[in-house]
Design a protein around this ligand. Structure first.
Ligand SMILES: *Cc1c(COP(=O)(O)O)cnc(C)c1O
Length: 375
């Protein structure tokens, strides 16, 4: 599943910075191809919000464009402003969180497509179309049971009237978002699908945009015309117990900045939460919670060196963690050596589980201090 080795050869100065985040754009493209194939004849877009789930929205989008992807979603208008100039002109760029007051003229002039989440946003965008004497594209999001974004049921009659009076808006998709698609057994999936079906009956003739990563695996009923996977592209597992997991896209190797031997009784890390029960060899690594190694990994989880498990010992600091390297022969690890945090011996999902969180939070928290390598 993973083709990286646990050590990465790189100029020592670059490696010594913090560590190396390797992003396999080939694997990303293969994941896109797989999801596209699964939703066909529907089309797969790519959700590249939060800087492409932390992996770099620009390189990620361009690699996916090369693979045939033409529809991209970000969360915020500011993300769209940053990404639009880097996207090939034949791409459509959608903003999930909707249209903020004052953004409409810029949004229209840059060919950014808002997901309209309320009747006020609908009227704002229609006003912009009239002012510009142009038809403007939009997506309409409906709340089918998540209570987060989109037209609530009580706004549907007003929307229905507004639609008939507003030929200047070109509605590309009706959209909704599933709250529990990562759990194939959740009854909420079916109930949101039913709700969406009745909306499609009340608003006939429109295409549906519905499926996040998990929903791609829930079957064709959920695919609509345009799917919106995010995490599965990046190698996260879209639902528990998938027989064939998504291909890993990220590997993370972190640099050793100091090695020491401590006596039994030595306190390790902030607040001395770990006390050496015997003589121990410790390595301090140059990444901490500011680099996405969450503080909840304190005394939890491990890193690997040449397949040997090195437990995280004591609290995770902002810029460093301490690992127990006693299991390695002395001298094997040196200043500047790279140890595996995510790679062949430990998946993204493993790290997320040890940190008590989900792959999304690990990826989006990785931060800017690693040397990034794109394959
Ligand atoms: C983030 C997001 C997605 C992508 O979800 P994944 O679970 O990462 O596939 C799709 N649609 C909406 C509305 C989102 O907010």
């Amino acid at each position: 599943m993973h083709h990286q080795t646990s050590t990465v050869s790189l100029h020592p100065v670059a490696a010594a910075a913090t560590g190396v985040l390797t992003i396999d754009l080939g694997a990303l493209r293969r994941n896109y191809r797989r999801l596209s194939g699964m939703v066909s004849p529907a089309i797969a877009s790519a959700v590249v919000k939060a800087d492409g789930y932390g992996l770099g929205a620009v390189p990620v989008s361009n690699a996916l464009h090369d693979e045939g992807c033409r529809n991209f979603f970000v969360a915020h208008f500011s993300e769209a402003l940053a990404l639009r100039p880097a996207l090939p002109a034949d791409s459509r760029l959608f903003v999930l969180n909707g249209l903020l007051p004052g953004d409409d003229a810029l949004c229209a002039s840059l060919d950014i497509i808002p997901v309209l989440n309320s009747i006020d946003q609908f009227h704002q965008w229609a006003g912009a179309a009239r002012a510009l004497k142009r038809r403007l594209p939009a997506v309409l999001q409906f709340d089918t049971g998540m209570s987060r974004l989109g037209f609530p049921p009580e706004e549907q009659p007003a929307l229905s009237r507004a639609l008939t009076e507003t030929p200047e808006l070109e509605i590309l998709f009706l959209m909704s978002h599933l709250a529990s698609a990562d759990d194939a057994t959740s009854a909420q999936n079916e109930s949101q699908l039913e709700e969406m079906r009745s909306i499609l009956q009340a608003f006939p003739g429109y295409d549906l945009c519905f499926a996040n990563s998990g929903a791609v695996f829930l079957g064709a009923n959920y695919h609509g015309a345009l799917a919106r996977p995010g995490i599965a592209l990046y190698g996260g597992q879209p639902m528990a117990g998938l027989p064939e997991p998504m291909e890993a896209v990220v590997s993370l190797d972190v640099a050793v900045v100091q090695i020491r031997t401590v006596r039994a009784g030595a306190k390790i890390g902030y607040s001395g939460t770990h006390v050496a029960e015997r003589e121990m060899r410790l390595a301090t690594l140059a990444a901490g919670y500011a680099d996405g190694l969450l503080r909840s990994l304190s005394n939890q989880g491990a890193v690997y060196f040449q397949g040997v498990r090195l437990p995280i010992t004591g609290r995770v600091s902002m810029d460093s963690i301490i690992v127990d390297v006693s299991a390695l022969p002395e001298g094997m690890l040196g200043h500047g050596s790279l140890v595996e945090v995510i790679g062949p011996h430990q998946t993204l999902e493993d790290v997320a589980r040890d940190a008590g969180t989900i792959a999304y939070e690990i990826l989006t928290g990785l931060g800017q201090r690693y040397t990034r390598r794109y394959l």
